[in-house]
Design a protein around this ligand. Structure first.
Ligand code: SAH
Length: 470
């Protein structure tokens, strides 16, 4: 097989990143846009020893699960990977992906998984669900300002306009982007050019409180001061819903989107949203789940698995702005949240105040460094922050994709809570960590429920319950 060679292939499965997987000539091929059941004519684009990549030349016979993608930018845009697959099938794949990870990586028996796994909680309306987007800013060939999304595997901008707004983003974003593009054109503010490291506006971060209608606008700029600030404020503050305008300074020459420093130039420094009845204030740099409706389903599952009766001490590790902590607080005696981002910890404390929740305390630091300070081995004596911190009844883990630090898991095991609720956005690291928690037989996997937070992409959240059995 040579590069550009043409061949026919039947797509059998989906990869973790949503590419179709098929076999040809003893090799595995990954085909972007290919769906299980598709018979395709392809051309090889890249060849490795035992696998390769190919692009679709023609769909010879389509998969029965194909639907007309409801967006003109698909599949050029790198945002949605599986928009061409029916939503029911997407959910089926995600359910299977979680089950396969728990079986293959976690080593859990298939019979056990059949017993403990609940059906995935999908979305009723899988469009316009994202409450956050970071739009790259660039200039087209004739110097016109562009805002949109990066094309697949590149930094070429696919413009998102009022005529073609993002199908999973907020429809109201298009208007704000148009105002900013016009401001840049009128005031001669240049877009950042990453090859030269010159120009000013790099990204536009937009966040929407889907329950409050509030919008937070933050321009990420490549300088210490925003040009034509007053003119921007005048234009943006007139847009309905905008409650916060800020800029974030990022003069780095890499792919990291946000810098360390954010300055609010109009309105509040935070935006408000709700999950259930709990209100949350959110800073531009704090983590907040991108899908508020599915998040409520996820947290309700976590609350159900927690089985709190009102007398429990809870540690919520990787707590962000305190979302899970505050969601559980009214059912527990005391909650301790640990988070590494200072803005998020500050938000979490403000959020406890805002909701008049008095039994939640937030600690800044790395979970793997903070938790051992509350546990001294076997005496359980260190009680720096009140009774019960060193002997939790429940530990909640909700780490980023890379999962938990092994040191942290070992301290959690030593602290021996009755229950561990592990919420994860990556089935592979979840399975790896659950295997560690289950390995000496003191904890058993009791429940697992996938939740679809990210319709049309391959991402999936999972809520799991581990219980102490001896
Ligand atoms: N539970 C929250 C946040 C989950 S995202 C929610 O549902 O909204 C994971 C969070 O872990 C992020 O806020 C991130 O800043 C934080 N984090 C990453 N590494 C960490 C570490 N080593 N210790 C504590 N927090 C960490």
């Amino acid at each position: 097989m040579k590069k550009n060679e043409k061949f026919e292939i039947l797509i059998e499965d989906l990869s973790k990143d949503g590419s179709g997987i098929g076999h040809y000539g003893g090799q595995t091929f990954f085909v972007r846009g290919g769906l299980p059941g598709d018979r395709l004519r392809c051309a090889a684009t890249k060849l490795k020893k035992s696998y390769g990549f190919a692009r679709i030349l023609e769909i010879l016979s389509p998969s029965a699960d194909r639907v007309d993608p409801p967006c003109k930018l698909y599949p050029k845009c790198g945002g949605c990977q599986i928009l061409g697959l029916s939503y029911e099938k997407q959910l089926e794949y995600k359910q299977r992906m979680v089950e396969e990870s728990l079986a293959r990586i976690g080593g859990f028996q298939r019979e056990l998984l059949e017993e403990v796994m609940e059906p995935i909680l999908g979305m009723e309306h899988p469009y316009h669900y994202r409450n956050k987007a970071q739009y790259p800013v660039g200039e087209g060939t004739s110097g016109e300002i562009q805002t949109g999304f990066y094309a697949v595997h590149s930094h070429r901008i696919i413009p998102a306009t009022m005529e073609c707004p993002c199908i999973i983003g907020q429809e109201s974003d298009a208007k704000i982007l148009a105002v900013i593009r016009k401001w840049m054109a009128d005031e001669g503010v240049r877009a950042y050019d990453e090859t030269l490291g010159k120009g000013e506006v790099r990204h536009i971060l937009l966040r929407t409180g889907v329950h409050t209608g509030q919008k937070l606008v933050c321009l990420v700029i490549n300088s210490n001061r925003l040009s034509a600030e007053q003119s921007l404020v005048e234009r943006l503050s007139a847009v309905s819903g905008v409650c916060s305008i800020s800029y974030n300074i990022n003069t780095r020459r890499d792919n990291v989107i946000m810098g360390e420093q954010t300055r609010t130039i109009w309105g509040s420094s935070r935006m408000e949203d709700r999950i259930g009845t709990v209100r949350f204030l959110i800073s531009p740099r704090s983590f907040y789940q991108v899908n508020a409706v599915s998040t409520e389903k996820l947290y309700r599952k976590a609350l159900e698995y927690a089985q709190l009766t009102g007398g429990e001490n809870v540690w919520d590790l990787y707590c962000g702005i305190g979302t899970i902590s505050l969601f559980l607080a009214s059912a527990a005696k005391q909650v301790y949240g640990v988070e590494v981002v200072p803005d998020a910890v500050e938000d979490a404390r403000k959020n406890a105040e805002l909701n008049r929740i008095k039994n939640a305390e937030f600690i800044l630091g790395k979970a793997e460094e903070v938790l051992p300070q509350y546990y001294d081995g076997d005496a359980r004596v260190i009680q720096q922050n009140g009774q019960g911190a060193s002997h939790p009844d429940l530990v909640v883990l909700d780490p980023p994709r890379k999962g938990c630090d092994a040191r942290l898991l070992s301290v959690v095991l030593q602290m021996a809570p009755q229950r561990i609720v592990y919420v994860s956005c990556d089935p592979a690291t979840l399975a790896r960590d659950l295997k560690i928690l289950a390995q000496d037989g003191r904890y058993a996997l009791k429940k697992a429920c996938p939740v679809d937070m990210f319709g049309h992409s391959m991402g999936v959240e999972t809520c799991t319950l581990m219980e102490r059995v001896c």
